[in-house]
Design a protein around this ligand. Structure first.
Ligand code: G1P
Length: 291
């Protein structure tokens, strides 16, 4: 069973729900405390043993590439000023030279299309797919837990799932639950954005995947699905005919940072995790809530 070495990050979305913040700045650069969203998910991938980070970007996203490069002037200034902690922090976060790749989606044709754009960069090996909007909080991170589940089961395709309010199933990919395999369960069905009556459960696909490379052959067909978009869920449904698919119930917290409330909640939760911020911030929050 080959190791999961590569992760794909679809970052071409326009971020229309965050205008005007995202007019000139990619939504993935919005910060949760002091780290851009994209840095949080790259950290998660790094912790899971990922060695190559593939970004599927679009126009106006060049600053993401800059973020994962050295900032020569900044580093020189920090060095001159003896700011060694800040310097070390920057160094720690930086993938090594050659560990990042960037390609462009060109047109917003759906998540499946974004994944397909990474086919040459991923090649013929299983890979992780991470949706940066979905920020997950747990120790260890969600992807590391999934990699461990895959190791225990001996391979296959995996999606992280979690419960949603049955009224909201129409916003997500939803899975049907089959036999238990220890750390994960067999998926019997998947439906993208079902009407509540057609949903096989209330377990939604939450934004972390481990996929086998055959998914790219299916995506080659460029078939349109829900919302007239090329859906990765539809390609997974086809792949599931020949290959095992498992659902991994993620036990941590997930913040949908594509929504304002999710994003703001993530900032509060992650700020309260930081010992240097927590005491003062908690007091201020208490005051605000008492208003
Ligand atoms: C995508 C997937 C969906 C998944 C969701 C998680 O939908 O197609 O299966 O549940 O992400 O956020 P999107 O949010 O891009 O519409």
């Amino acid at each position: 069973m080959s190791k999961i070495r590569k992760a794909v990050f679809p970052v071409a979305g326009l971020g229309t729900r965050f205008l005007p913040a995202t007019k000139a700045m990619p939504k993935e650069m919005l910060t949760v405390v002091d780290r851009p969203l994209i840095q949080h998910v790259v950290d998660e991938a790094h912790e899971a043993g990922i060695e190559h980070f593939v970004f599927v970007t679009g126009r106006n996203k060049a600053v993401i590439e800059d973020h994962f490069d050295k900032q020569f002037e900044l580093e020189a200034t920090l060095r001159d000023r003896g700011k060694t902690t800040a310097l070390a922090e920057l160094e720690k976060d930086l993938p090594a030279a050659g560990q990042t790749s960037f390609t462009r989606q060109q047109e917003p044709l759906g998540l499946g299309h974004a994944v397909w754009c990474a086919r040459e960069l991923v090649g013929n090996e299983p890979f992780a797919l991470i949706l940066p909007d979905m920020l997950m909080r747990s120790t260890p991170g969600c992807l590391k837990q999934m990699v461990e589940a895959r190791d225990a089961i001996g391979g296959g395709n995996f999606v992280a799932v979690e419960e949603v309010d049955p009224a909201n199933v129409g916003s997500y990919g939803i899975v049907g639950v089959g036999r238990d395999h220890g750390p994960a369960f067999e998926i019997t069905r998947m439906v993208e954005k079902p009407a509540p009556a057609d949903a096989p459960s209330n377990l939604m696909i939450s934004g972390r995947y481990i996929l086998e490379p055959e998914i790219f052959d299916i995506l080659d067909n460029q078939e349109r699905g829900a919302g007239n978009e090329i859906q990765v869920t539809d390609a997974m449904i086809k792949l599931m005919r020949d290959r095992p698919f498992y659902g991994f119930r993620f036990g941590g917290e997930t913040y949908d940072c594509g929504s304002k409330v999710g994003f703001l909640s993530a900032n509060v939760a992650f700020a309260l995790d930081r010992p240097e911020i927590e005491p003062e911030f908690r007091e201020i929050l208490k005051g605000l809530l008492a208003r």
